[in-house]
Design a protein around this ligand. Structure first.
Ligand code: NIG
Ligand code: FE
Length: 514
């Protein structure tokens, strides 16, 4: 055998200044475990068949493995791919004007009560064809992948009729399927909506792209269509990771048209790579205009028509409710949750975001997988969350953006409630998809440590979407989803206020072009 006594591997990531990862256990990380990381200086990760086979000192792994490719991460830090367990990434239209109104003093709830806010996005999402929603969503999936998110939960909730909720959920399913060309509109064709606009860098001489030197920040900062395949022929800058090895060097045709490496594509061999998507039905996101003043009528519609229709098509794994004063009260939330559970949905809930309604207590009582937001969680509900094994998914970017007080992360961690972090990416309360930014706000705003924030953004998130056996940490047997940042230690994720360069993303063992 060519590799002698060494074991074969598809990819060796290293040497890295540091590999930092939580260690999975039988239960979600909580209390003192919330901040426990394994940190390996001069570390490496070996990958085979899309899975991690070993994590350890580079010197050991280099001796043990004969890898087909090497992703040199000198000077960089390797962490697990981020798992973002709460987003509203599927939507049409932004709400920048509302941002200005809020800055001028209007509250989020006042705007919603007057038929704006979420309902503004509902109007525009209803107008959008399914394929257009899917294309816009796919662009956002690639946007968050570039920021290091390898798994993301996406909710419906801007349709609020059976047909429009199904349209959203079908769009979510299609956007997440790399084999779906979205009726021939992908990539960048007509129908891709807002996402198809913007400057395009075109390569006129196909051979030229592969020879373009990469910018100092690494492949992440390079243009889209004309990005040369990193590692094919260009000399990589010293501190940026580069793939090298038999499969990546001198690939036939690398200087031709195929050398163009589109965003989201894996290796010069191509193939679109997207974050894994977890779909949630959030028909109970707001009371639609047709049911204004008759919320119970809308709850009937959700229970009798929407939930069964979504279940029939198998379009969502979870059901969610915006349990909030002036939206859905505790009783209405309970009705929806009970109907959803009977149909086999797992439960996650928006609770105690703007008022202390006691939604966290309800979440614990109904055995929700995750209770989200919790800015105004009541003290008495905190032990209930712990006893129920419900994850507290905190979204401090939303508190920051709405200028609301932060959730009591220290109290929750002190009480042994497992904490996950999420972006909430949506056009109203947090129009951004960066997990590192959320980690920064979690530390500065809620007093979490950088280690706690990283655990909450990886293994914590994986527990919040019930995928912790496969995702969320770098350990033998786990899916090889990881992020390489151009920084000497994991603390930089929070410390650099979310701006630390992501220089490589690996998803299921495939190196993704950013
Ligand atoms: O989690 N709270 C309700 N839903 C979102 C906001 C959605 C929107 O404003 O469009 C949230 O904050
Ligand atoms: Fe939300």
């Amino acid at each position: 055998m060519v590799h002698g006594s060494r074991e074969p591997a598809d990819l060796l990531i290293g040497p890295a200044a540091q590999v930092a990862t939580p260690r999975a256990a039988e239960r979600p990380p909580a209390g003192p475990q919330q901040g426990r990381l394994e940190v390996i200086p001069e570390g490496a990760v070996a990958v085979r068949d899309g899975r991690v086979v070993a994590v350890g000192p580079y010197a050991d792994l280099a001796r043990r493995f004969d890898p087909a490719e090497v992703l040199d991460a000198s000077g960089c830090t390797v962490v697990p791919g981020f798992v973002d367990p709460h987003t509203h990434l599927c939507f049409a239209g932004w709400r920048a004007e509302e941002f200005e109104r809020r800055l001028a003093g209007a509250s989020y709830q006042e705007i919603l009560a007057a038929g704006g806010g979420i309902l503004d996005t509902v109007r525009r999402t209803r107008e959008a064809p399914e394929v257009e929603l899917a294309a816009a969503l796919r662009r956002r999936l690639l946007e968050v992948l570039r920021l290091g998110t390898t798994t993301v939960e996406v909710k419906s909730g801007y349709g609020l009729t059976t047909a429009d909720e199904l349209k959203m959920l079908r769009a979510i399913r299609r956007a997440a399927d790399p084999a779906d060309d979205l009726d021939g509109t992908w990539p960048l064709g007509a129908g891709a909506g807002e996402s198809a606009r913007g400057p395009r860098l075109r390569t006129n001489r196909p051979g030229a792209a592969a020879h373009t030197a990469l910018p100092a920040a690494g492949p992440g900062a390079a243009g889209q269509a004309a990005t040369g395949a990193p590692g094919t022929t260009s000399p990589a800058p010293a501190r940026a990771p580069s793939a090298a090895g038999p499969a990546a060097t001198g690939a036939p045709g690398a200087a031709g048209k195929d050398a163009t490496w589109a965003p989201g594509a894996a290796s010069p061999a191509g193939g679109l790579v997207l974050p894994e998507v977890v779909a949630t039905f959030l028909g109970a996101h707001a009371v639609p205009p047709e049911y204004r003043g008759r919320p119970d009528g809308y709850v009937d519609r959700i229970v009798e028509e929407m939930l069964p229709a979504v279940a029939r098509e198998g379009l969502a794994e979870y059901a969610d409710v915006f349990c909030e004063q002036g939206v859905f009260d505790l009783e209405q939330t309970r009705r929806i949750v009970e109907a959803a559970r009977r149909l086999g949905f797992r439960i996650r809930l928006h609770v105690d975001e703007l008022t202390p309604l006691g939604g966290a207590g309800l979440a614990a009582q109904v055995g929700a997988v995750s209770a989200d937001h919790l800015l105004h969680v009541r003290d008495e509900d905190i032990p209930r969350l712990r006893e129920a094994g419900t994850i507290a998914t905190l979204l401090p970017g939303t508190a920051f953006f709405l200028r609301e007080p932060y959730a009591p992360a220290r109290k929750l961690i002190g009480a042994g409630v497992p904490v996950a972090l999420a972006t909430d990416y949506n056009p109203g309360s947090h129009p951004a998809g960066s997990m590192p930014l959320v980690m920064a706000i979690a530390c500065v705003g809620m007093g979490m440590t950088p280690a706690e924030a990283l655990v909450a953004s990886t293994l914590g998130g994986a527990w919040a979407v019930e995928r912790a056996r496969r995702l969320g940490s770098l350990e033998p047997g786990k899916q090889a989803d990881l992020v390489v940042i151009d920084a000497p230690s994991y603390q930089h994720l929070a410390y650099r206020l979310g701006t630390v360069p992501v220089v490589a993303v690996v998803k299921g063992g495939r190196v993704v072009a950013l």
